[in-house]
Design a protein around this ligand. Structure first.
Ligand code: CA
Length: 229
């Protein structure tokens, strides 16, 4: 999952990035409104954490502008502004959730997963696709209901496919999903990780779509739907 963290407090941002990366989020950090605008133009994100007090503007105005432009991705406001008027305004302007600082990381994580499930159109915590199940909150993959050990990069890659099972992803999109935005990848890393996923989960787990990229294996499920469990 690719997350855009908009936060000008360096200490909070660094702590959050470290904790979220351990949970297999690829995190891109923007400390200003201007940097956040550039980031959403350049990359595809799955979710946004938005601070309100930013050095070059207000997060509420940024959110209003993005929603007016048709940007749909889920946004969680993370702010120290604790009065009801600010919360109501944030939600009215298109935020999907509002969490007050100071916060417990576990609660933030639970809310992010809840937003991601809702945005994927599923109410259940577990994603299922044929013989595969993925529990995002535990970052655990099951094959025929048996837990499988995957590395963090393999998990990031597989979760990208499982959240959007019909989508064809380009090599560049998958490299970002796998590495986060701040890590240099070896040139053949994507091939290596896809090889390992196929070895651990079955050769048909990921389809190569020639000239376009990769997608979750169409042969995994007879009806090709993701079902809540
Ligand atoms: Ca701030």
């Amino acid at each position: 999952m690719q997350l855009l963290l908009i936060e000008d407090d360096t200490a909070i941002a660094q702590a959050l990035m470290a904790a979220l990366q351990l949970q297999c989020f690829g995190v891109y950090h923007a400390a200003t409104v201007a940097a956040a605008d550039l980031a959403v133009e350049a990359f595809n994100f799955d979710i946004v954490i938005l601070d309100l007090g930013l050095p070059d503007g207000d997060g509420i105005n940024l959110l209003r502008r993005w929603r007016a432009a048709g940007l749909l991705l889920p946004v969680l406001i993370l702010s120290a502004r604790d009065n009801t008027a600010d919360k109501v305004l944030g939600l009215q302007q298109g935020a999907d959730d509002y969490l007050l600082k100071p916060f417990e990381f576990a609660e933030l994580l639970a809310r992010l997963h809840s937003l991601l499930r809702r945005s994927a159109g599923k109410a259940s915590a577990m994603l299922q696709y044929g013989r595969l199940q993925f529990d995002p909150s535990a970052m655990q993959v099951y094959l025929h209901k048996q837990p499988v050990n995957l590395t963090q990069r393999e998990l990031r890659l597989l979760s990208k496919f499982m959240y959007s099972p019909r989508q064809i992803f380009t090599t560049a999109q998958l490299e970002i999903a796998m590495s986060g935005h701040d890590t240099e990848l070896e040139s053949n890393a994507l091939n290596v990780h896809i090889y390992h996923l196929r070895r651990k989960l079955g050769a048909d787990v990921i389809d190569t779509v020639r000239g376009l990229g990769y997608r979750l294996g169409a042969g995994l499920s007879t009806d090709n739907t993701v079902q809540p469990v």
